[in-house]
Design a protein around this ligand. Sequence first.
Ligand code: ATP
Length: 531
Amino acid sequence: MSEKTEKEQKKKDAKKGELGGKAEKVINLCLRRGILFPTGEIYGSFAGFFDYGPVGVEMERNLEAAWWNHFVHSREDVVGIDGAIITHPTVWKASGHCDAFNDPLVECRKCKSRFRADQLIEDELKISVDGITLKQLDELIKEHKLVCPKCRSELSSSKVFNLMFKTHIGAVEDDSSLAFLRPETAQLIFVDFKTAQFVSRKQLPFGIAQIGKSFRNEIAPRNFVFRSREFSQMELEFFIHPTKVNNCPFLNKHVLETKINVCTAEMQAKGGMGEVVEMSVKELVEKNIVKTKWHAYWIVESLNWFHSLGIHPENLRIREHLKEELSHYSSETWDVEYNYPWGWKELEGIANRGDFDLKQHAKFSGKDLSYFDAEKGERVTPIVIEPSWGLERTLFTLLLDAFEEKVENGKAKLVLRLHPTIAPVRVGVFPLMKKDGLAEKAREVCESLKKEFACEYDEAGSIGKRYARMDEIGTPYCVTIDYDSLEKNTLTLRERDSAKQVVLPVKALKETLQKLFSGSISFSEAGKPVT
Ligand code: ATP
């Protein structure tokens, strides 16, 4: 596409739909290819809940595995747990969720539709109102004469709405049987801290990780899976000795020199919500912009993980929470934000939860949740740094970042430049035609790869169509078996990103793929180029 046509296309895209053209296209792809789609569709809309289809579930599992591999298996200082979705209700009293896990709600006086007051104001006035009080929200609604977006009638004043889903345990449905679906996975980690530490024999500093479902009764689920009511979280609580929050052995010269896109609280106070400046980690730490070294380390480590999955670094920044915006448990929070088609928004949150949660659970349960410091012979309550990711939000972001549309011969072609680790199919295998033993040979090749790589055999339609089907779900490599394969035992390997092809012996395929996936060879070294 020429630069001019590309610009025009972008303008058109931006006008299309409230999410912006690219997001709409990615959502269409998700629906068409069964990656993610609204649950219970045959019964009509049921907002905020999604199902993964056959392609999506592979992406979901790959993403979970990539996260677990990076943050648990490849470290000596992190162990995992898998806690219950419904736990003792007092957990949520102690954590503060019963009292403080609220969003502001306004109701239309006429049609009774309900809206999240802060989002309604942000949508209408294009300003950020994070952390402001109910009274201030009401004043803004009044001052700007905001009305119900559906029927243009007057809105009620704002009131708090608790986001936890309620249920009842057992046969009696009264206050004594009331329980909650967990709104975050973190609390199970705090409640299990003592057990996990004892059985794993970990000494401070160390972390406990968990991946699992969380539930939030969002007033206004929106932007596809970005804000849903049921989603998975990938959370890590990292426990540090309270006097050693600045003793981080990983902040070496290389890490300190890392440059990061930053939006500080100070920049926001001056009205620069959308601004970004580049700073080194050294600057962030030395100027006390990020208050503790362990916090700075987890920020860098989070960004490194996103980069390792191929997210364009220029689309990421870290943003400091304003004081008014901080959750009740946090003394300092930095969000990793992505530049979505609807603006910079949170992709991951990294909070300093201090000793709030362990102390609250100790108080409410009457159990000692402190840690014995054998060196000093005293009991201490660890400080916690929590990086917390949403799985669906991360997957949606990876899809947005990897999505590319090309126009070839007047036709739009979609390519998902997904990292191979996340790709649902790693190798597509096709016979040129179904006849003359080509299909049998292709199946044989596919079978020989299956134990090592997720493969898909496809013999339907033209080769071009088969490549296109694989490109749009992000399959990094495709193999074609043709008549030369029967005669010379060779095959053609195609790379998704360059659409280039090379010929190589069938017997070299597995090893070549291993080398390509590990990055030890480039595609041009994989075989003889097809011109
Ligand atoms: P937001 O400000 O977007 O509501 P949050 O600050 O409430 O998010 P956290 O409690 O920090 O979010 O949760 C950690 C992560 O879980 C978020 O960074 C996000 O990726 C994910 N997450 C939170 N709420 C939702 C939701 N309703 N739907 C999908 N993912 C979510």
